[in-house]
Write a protein that binds this ligand. Structure first.
Ligand code: BGC
Length: 397
C-alpha cells in the first residue's frame, strides 16, 4: 500500500440422526447467524451508513484482543480492549485471505455492514514495493477467476447480509500520477480491466462500492483533479456504470486531517498548486470533478489513524508515520453531504511496510526519519505501533 502524491456452511450431514418426524434438511448456503430475515437490498442512491453500522469484524477484534493480552499497564489495557469494538474494513489482500470472509460474516448482525477491501490486482502497488502483491502483471485471468469470482460467490451466498466494498486502494490514482514509472505503465491495462471486472461482477443488491481515489495530497493537486476523476469515470463506464457504485474512498491508510484549516501542508512552497489542503475540501472538489465526469460522487473517508498532524516531513510520506494516533470512530455523522461516513479503512496496528532494508519488499519510505522503526511487513501486526496509536488517540479511548 502506498499513498503518494506524484481493497455454505453446508448443513453438514450430521452424525446425529434427525428426529424421524422432521424432513431432511437440504444443503443451504451459509448465512450469518444474526443475518437479516430476508434479502438485503442496498440503495446506492442513498447513504447506507445511516442505516448500518460498520462491523467490528472478528479478524481485527482477535488482533486487538491479542494485543490487549500483551499489555501490562492496567489503564492502557482497559482502553486497548475498547478498540476491539471499533468497526473496520477487512482486507482480502490475497487469494488465500478470501478465507477470512466466512469467519467474518459468521457473527454479522442484521444492523451491521461488513467492510471489505478488494486488493489483489496484478502488479499491485506499482509505485512502491511494500505491498507488491502475489499476482504478476499479465495474471489478469487469475485475478478474475481465482480472486474476484470466488468473492462474488461468497457475497451471493449471503444475500441477507450487507457489505461495503472498498475497491483497490491506490490503483487508479497510481495510473494518473505515476505514469512515468515502467511498473505502472506495465500495470495499466491490468488495473483498468481488473477494476472494471471487479465493479461489474461485484454489482450485487447487498453490496455498495467505493472506488479508491487516494487523498487530497495526491489527486487533490490542481493538475490531478480532472484527470483523476476522468480515470475513475472511464473505468466505471467501461464496467457498464454499475448501479451499486456509490462513489469514492479517500485517505485510505492515510494521515490527512478531515477539516484542519488552513491545512497541514498549507505553508509548503507548492501549496498554491493544491486547493485540497484537507480531506473535507478534497471530498468536495474531487466529488465535483467526478460528477462532471459522470461518476457517482459520495465518499467514505478513513479516519483510523489521522488524529495527530504535523508529523510528516512531506505530504507524500505514507509509511508507518511515527507519533500517529487513532482518529474519529466510524460514523455516518460527518456533517457533510458528500461524505457518507468516516470509517477505519486501515486496521490500526497493522504495518504499512517493513523497515528491514534487506527485505525484498523494503521501500525507502519506510526508512524515512518520520517512519516508525522497527516495523514488520505490510499487514503484519506491530504491537508497539498499536500502543502508540492508542496513547495518541483523539478522541481518547
Ligand atoms: C498490505 C496488506 C494489508 C493492508 C491492511 C496493506 O498495506 O499490503 O497486506 O492487508 O495493508 O493492513
Amino acid at each position: 500500500m502506498k499513498v503518494t502524491q506524484a481493497g455454505a456452511a453446508l448443513f453438514a450431514a450430521g452424525a446425529i440422526a434427525a428426529p424421524s418426524n422432521t424432513k431432511p434438511v437440504k444443503a443451504s448456503p451459509r448465512q450469518a447467524s444474526g443475518a437479516c430475515a430476508s434479502a438485503v437490498t442496498l440503495d446506492a442512491s442513498t447513504n447506507v451508513f445511516q442505516n448500518y453500522k460498520l462491523h467490528p469484524n472478528s479478524f481485527y477484534r482477535d488482533e486487538v484482543n491479542k494485543a490487549v493480552e500483551a499489555i501490562t499497564d492496567a489503564s492502557l489495557k482497559e482502553s486497548a480492549a475498547k478498540v476491539a469494538d471499533v468497526g473496520s474494513f477487512l482486507w482480502l489482500d490475497t487469494i488465500e485471505n478470501i478465507g477470512k470472509f466466512d469467519p467474518a460474516v459468521a457473527d454479522l448482525p442484521c444492523e451491521n455492514i461488513l467492510g471489505l477491501v478488494i486488493y489483489d490486482l496484478p502488479g499491485r502497488d506499482c509505485a512502491a514495493k511494500a505491498s507488491n502483491g502475489e499476482l504478476k502483471v499479465g495474471e489478469l485471468d487469475r485475478y478474475k477467476t481465482e480472486y474476484i469470482d470466488p468473492i462474488v460467490e461468497k457475497l451471493k451466498a449471503n444475500p441477507n447480509s450487507a457489505f461495503a466494498l472498498l475497491i483497490e486502494p491506490d490503483s487508479l490514482p497510481n495510473l494518473v500520477t505515476n505514469a512515468d514509472l515502467t511498473t505502472c505503465q506495465e500495470s495499466k491495462t491490468g488495473y483498468e480491466e481488473g477494476v472494471a471486472y471487479a465493479l461489474k461482477s461485484l454489482d450485487l443488491p447487498n453490496v455498495v462500492m467505493y472506488i479508491d481515489a487516494g487523498h487530497g495530497g495526491w489527486l487533490g493537486w490542481d493538475d490531478n483533479l480532472k484527470p483523476g476523476a476522468e480515470e475513475l469515470a472511464k473505468v466505471y463506464k467501461n464496467a457498464g456504470s454499475p448501479k451499486q457504485v456509490r462513489g469514492f474512498a479517500t485517505n485510505i491508510a492515510g494521515w490527512n486531517a478531515w477539516d484542519e484549516s488552513p491545512g497541514e501542508f498549507s505553508d509548503a512552497s507548492d501549496a498554491k498548486y493544491n486547493s485540497c489542503q484537507n480531506e473535507k475540501i478534497y471530498v468536495q472538489k474531487f466529488g465535483d470533478a467526478l460528477k462532471t465526469a459522470g461518476h457517482p460522487n459520495h465518499a467514505i473517508v478513513d479516519t483510523g489513524r489521522n488524529a495527530v498532524t504535523g508529523l510528516r516531513e512531506e505530504w507524500g510520506n505514507w509509511c508507518n508515520v511515527n507519533g500517529a494516533g487513532f482518529g474519529v470512530r466510524p460514523t455516518a455523522d460527518t456533517g457533510d453531504e458528500l461524505a457518507d461516513a468516516f470509517v477505519w479503512g486501515k486496521p490500526g496496528g497493522e504495518s504499512d511496510g517493513t523497515s528491514d532494508e534487506s527485505a525484498t519488499r523494503y521501500d525507502s519510505f519506510c526508512g524515512k526519519p518520520d517512519a516508525y522503526k522497527p516495523s514488520p511487513e505490510a499487514g503484519q501486526w506491530n504491537q508497539a505501533y498499536f500502543e502508540m496509536l492508542l496513547k495518541n488517540a483523539n478522541p481518547a479511548f
